[in-house]
Write a protein that binds this ligand. Structure first.
Ligand SMILES: *Cc1c(COP(=O)(O)O)cnc(C)c1O
Length: 466
C-alpha cells in the first residue's frame, strides 16, 4: 500500500446524537496512539488495510516471531517509522517464546502466556509502550494514567517498566484487588507507581478522566493506555500470521479460535484475515456473557448489565469495547453506551465469524477433558477458546488445521486447575520472585482535589537526566 494510512473515528457520522460531537478528521498513527481515543469518544480505525502477499506469509515459515512482527507492523507503520527503529522496538518487546503446542492431529494451542505477566496482554502492551516512547514529544515526560481492576494494570505497568521518557501511575480500587494483585502492582517500581484508591473501579476511572480533561494540568502531557488504543490492536495481528506461517501448507485455510471479552484480540484476527491471511473461520467464544453470540444468532444487540461473574474473569464483559470496530468493519455503528445506530451486515459477519457462549460448567469440563485426553493444561480462558473450537467442529464437521489461543498461564488460575486436575502448575520464569519484591503504593481517597494535588506535587515535567 503506497498511501499513508490515516485513522478516523467510528463516531464520525453521528451528527444527530445528543452528547456526541462527531470528529470528522483523520489523524496519523502517532496521534491515534498518543490520544488513545478520538475526541468524540469513538474508536480510531485505519482508513486502509495493507495486503500481505501470500508468498510473503509463506516465506515466514521457520523464521522468528521478530521477523513476522517486522512484516506485519511494518505494513502499517513504514511511512511513520524507520525500519531500523521499528526492529529495535520489536526486539526489545518480544524477548519471550510463542509456543505452538500440538493437541491432536493438526490442532494446536498457541500459548500467549510466556510474557512478563503471563498474559497475552503482554504482547500488545509491550509494543505499545515502546511505540509511545518513540513517538512522544521528546522534550517532555509522557505520563500514563491507567485505572485498573487487576490484570490489565500489571500487564501495562510491567510493559512500561524502564521505558525511556514515560512515567506511569496505576490507580486501583483498594478493596477490589486480591493480595497477589496488590503485590504485583505495588512492586513494579522504577518509573511505575501504584495508587491505592479508597473507592471502586469506577471511581478510579473517573479520577483519570477528570485529570485528562482538567485544563489546569495542561502543563503535564498525559495519555491513557487503555485497551481501545489502536496501538494495542496492531500487535495483536502478528501472532495469527506467525501461527499460520509455521503450520500452514500451501494455500490451505485455517480455523482460529479466540476466547473473547472486549474483542481486541479477535479484532486482530479479523484484520489479519482482511490483510490476506486465509482464515476459514474466526471463532469468538465468550463465557456466560452471551450478548454477542446472541446477536449473531438473533440479529438484535442488547448489552448485558451488570455482566455475569464467570471463572474466566478477564472476559466478564457485558458490552465489548471493540464491538464498535467490528460493527464499523461490517458497515454498522454502535456507540460506547451500546446503542446501535446502524446494524452491520450480519450475513457477511456470519460468513467470517462463529460465536458461541461457553458456561462455567462446560469450561471446567473442558479443562479436565483436554488434560485427560491430550495431556494439555488449559486455564479457564483458554478452555473457553478450545471448547468453542470443539463446538464449531461438532456443528460444521472436522477441519484439518485449527489453532486455539491460550491467553493466560494456568499458574495464574491455579486454584481452579489444582481442584480440577490435582496438579499444581509452576509459575513461568517471568513471574517467579514477585513475592519477594518490595514496594508500596500511595494511598489516596477517592477525591479529585486530593488526586490533583498529588499529581501536581509528584509528577515531573521535563526529561529525566538519567
Ligand atoms: C483480556 C483477556 C481476554 C479477553 O481478550 P479481549 O481482547 O478483551 O477479547 C482473554 N483472556 C485473558 C487471560 C485476558 O486477560
Amino acid at each position: 500500500m503506497k498511501h499513508k494510512i490515516l485513522y478516523y473515528s467510528t463516531n464520525r457520522n453521528l451528527t444527530n446524537v445528543p452528547g456526541i460531537v462527531p470528529f470528522k478528521e483523520r489523524v496519523t498513527f502517532r496521534e491515534a496512539l498518543l490520544q488513545g481515543q478520538a475526541p468524540d469518544e469513538g474508536l480510531f480505525m485505519p482508513d486502509g488495510i495493507p495486503r500481505i502477499p501470500r508468498e510473503d506469509i509463506t516465506a515466514l515459515n521457520g523464521k522468528s516471531y521478530i521477523e513476522t512482527a517486522m512484516l506485519i507492523a511494518g505494513a502499517f507503520l513504514n511511512s511513520e517509522i524507520d525500519p531500523g527503529v521499528l526492529r529495535g522496538i520489536i526486539e526489545d518487546a518480544y524477548s519471550f517464546t510463542v509456543p505452538l503446542q500440538q493437541v491432536t492431529d493438526r490442532k494446536y494451542v498457541m500459548r500467549l502466556d510466556q510474557g512478563p505477566t503471563a498474559s497475552f496482554k503482554d504482547f500488545a502492551a509491550r509494543m505499545m509502550a515502546r511505540l509511545m516512547s518513540h513517538f512522544r514529544d521528546q522534550e517532555k515526560i509522557l505520563h500514563v494514567l491507567v485505572a485498573t481492576s487487576g490484570d490489565t494494570g500489571s500487564a501495562v505497568g510491567e510493559a512500561f517498566k524502564g521505558v525511556e521518557g514515560i512515567d506511569v501511575n496505576i490507580l486501583y480500587p483498594r478493596d477490589e484487588v486480591s493480595e497477589r494483585q496488590k503485590k504485583q502492582l505495588d512492586t513494579i517500581g522504577g518509573n511505575v507507581s501504584a495508587l491505592s484508591i479508597d473507592g471502586k473501579f469506577d471511581d478510579c476511572q473517573n479520577l483519570v478522566k477528570q485529570a485528562f480533561s482538567d485544563p489546569s494540568l495542561d502543563f503535564l502531557s498525559f495519555t491513557s493506555a487503555n485497551s481501545i488504543n489502536f496501538g494495542r490492536i496492531l500487535p495483536q495481528m502478528i501472532y495469527y500470521f506467525y501461527a499460520y506461517a509455521q503450520l500452514g501448507r500451501a494455500g490451505e485455510e485455517i480455523v482460529i479460535s479466540v476466547p473473547s471479552g472486549n474483542f481486541g484480540n479477535a479484532l486482530g484476527c479479523e484484520y489479519a484475515k482482511r490483510m490476506g491471511l486465509p482464515v476459514k473461520k474466526l471463532i469468538m467464544p465468550t463465557n456466560e456473557n452471551d450478548e454477542f453470540p446472541r446477536f449473531m444468532k438473533e440479529g438484535i444487540y442488547e448489552k448485558l448489565s451488570p455482566s455475569a461473574a464467570c471463572i474466566s474473569n478477564a472476559m466478564n464483559v457485558g458490552h465489548p469495547s471493540n464491538l464498535a470496530r467490528f460493527f464499523e468493519l461490517y458497515n454498522g455503528t454502535v456507540d460506547r453506551t451500546g446503542t446501535v445506530h446502524q446494524y452491520p451486515d450480519i450475513d457477511a459477519m456470519r460468513e467470517t465469524i462463529f460465536s458461541v457462549s461457553v458456561s462455567d460448567e462446560e469450561t471446567r469440563e473442558c479443562i479436565k477433558n483436554t488434560y485427560e485426553k491430550y495431556g494439555v493444561v488449559l486455564e479457564p480462558h483458554g478452555a473457553v477458546g478450545w471448547r468453542g473450537l470443539e463446538i464449531y467442529l461438532e456443528q460444521h464437521g472436522d477441519f484439518p488445521l485449527c489453532v486455539s489461543l491460550e491467553t493466560a498461564h494456568p499458574a495464574k488460575f491455579s486454584d481452579e486447575v489444582v481442584e480440577l486436575l490435582g496438579i499444581t502448575p509452576t509459575l513461568p520464569e517471568s513471574m517467579r520472585g514477585i513475592d519477594e519484591r518490595k514496594g508500596e503504593s500511595a494511598e489516596l481517597p477517592s477525591d479529585y482535589k486530593v488526586f490533583k494535588e498529588y499529581l501536581q506535587d509528584t509528577l515531573k515535567t521535563g526529561v529525566r537526566s538519567t
